[in-house]
Design a protein around this ligand. Structure first.
Ligand code: C2E
Ligand code: MG
Ligand code: MG
Ligand code: MG
Length: 274
């Protein structure tokens, strides 16, 4: 069955590639080859409960293994792939990796752990791709709510609704990433229901020494609660930050305090240690 899925994926990539016009087709060729050669890899970073640090989920983050065998961070290649309009191949790849992992965990009778992944705005706008992710996930029996799509970019409010609603209707979770940076705005909170809202690292960084930061964070966290969304603080690196977040009533944290993003194998070892 997984062989069949792989063949379908290749056919899908070729079909999409054929439709790409006025693009850097060399880069697309490179991307598809590297995906096929498994030079891109999914890493996982745990999310933990503020109160107990119990691992309650993970975020899937892409990595590239360059010809020297070094791990390249997404900041080095995602902007380029977005500019070329070909980021959806990465998002689809990670989506399939997440499905495969959730399926394996289910077969191994492991405790299910919800996983989130990042979708670019370009990916959300791609109707074909949305059909594709529905097809892929329909091939598995784990509940779709174990997958959450993280969205960031501020777009016209109706546009955002139109892009995110189909994903919710398919049964996936949706969370608002990097809340509090230039790519997010209050109107995004008003227009949609999110399963989770992620407080950006820039706000978390200032919590220790900036009283205003604590006031703003507290109000965002309270707003999350009243809106029925889980609050997740990003980039939590030390216990000082954790203790403040605890006082402010934040639900979950993600950050180096718990773990950096790591390969799946390492994540599974770490989780078993709990
Ligand atoms: P993001 O979605 O906000 O992911 C969180 C980023 O913060 C990750 O960077 C993670 O490694 C980093 N981080 C987590 N905890 C800490 C901490 O305690 N301290 C510090 N300094 N950093 C921390 P990463 O993996 O380099 O990813 C950067 C961005 O690239 C992501 O930001 C996301 O927007 C994008 N990205 C990653 N994977 C994908 C993907 O598969 N598709 C798309 N479209 N975008 C992706
Ligand atoms: Mg994210
Ligand atoms: Mg992001
Ligand atoms: Mg983020």
């Amino acid at each position: 069955a997984s062989e069949q899925k792989y063949v379908d994926k290749q056919a899908y990539f070729r079909q999409l590639a054929a439709g790409v016009q006025n693009r850097n087709t060399d880069m697309l060729k490179w991307l598809l080859e590297e995906l096929e050669n498994r030079k891109f890899e999914m890493y996982l970073q745990p999310k933990g409960r503020v109160e107990t640090l119990e691992v309650v989920g993970a975020e899937a983050l892409v990595r590239y293994i360059n010809p020297e065998g070094e791990v390249v961070q997404p900041g080095k290649f995602i902007p380029m792939l977005e500019q070329e309009g070909i980021i959806k191949y990465i998002d689809l790849f990670i989506f399939e990796e997440v499905c495969g992992l959730l399926d394996r965990w289910q077969r191994q009778k492991r405790k299910p752990l919800p996983i989130s992944l990042n979708f670019s705005r370009l990916t959300l706008m791609d109707q074909e791709l949305l059909v594709q992710i529905q097809k892929i996930s329909n091939g598995y029996s784990f509940p779709k709510r174990y997958i959450t799509i993280e969205v960031t970019e501020s777009v016209g409010e109706m546009e955002l609704f139109d892009m995110v609603q189909p994903i919710k209707e398919m049964g996936f979770g949706v969370s608002l990433d990097d809340f509090g940076t230039s790519y997010s705005s209050i109107i995004m909170l008003v227009q949609m229901d999110y399963n989770a809202i992620k407080l950006d690292r820039s706000l978390v960084l200032t919590l220790i020494y900036n009283r205003k930061s604590r006031i703003v964070a507290q109000h965002i966290i309270e707003t999350c609660r009243e809106l029925g969304s889980i609050s997740i603080a990003e980039g939590v690196e030390n216990f000082e930050q954790l203790n403040i977040l605890k006082k402010l009533g934040c639900d979950w944290i993600q950050g180096y305090l718990l773990s950096e993003p790591v390969p799946v194998e390492e994540f599974e070892k770490y989780e078993r240690k709990e």
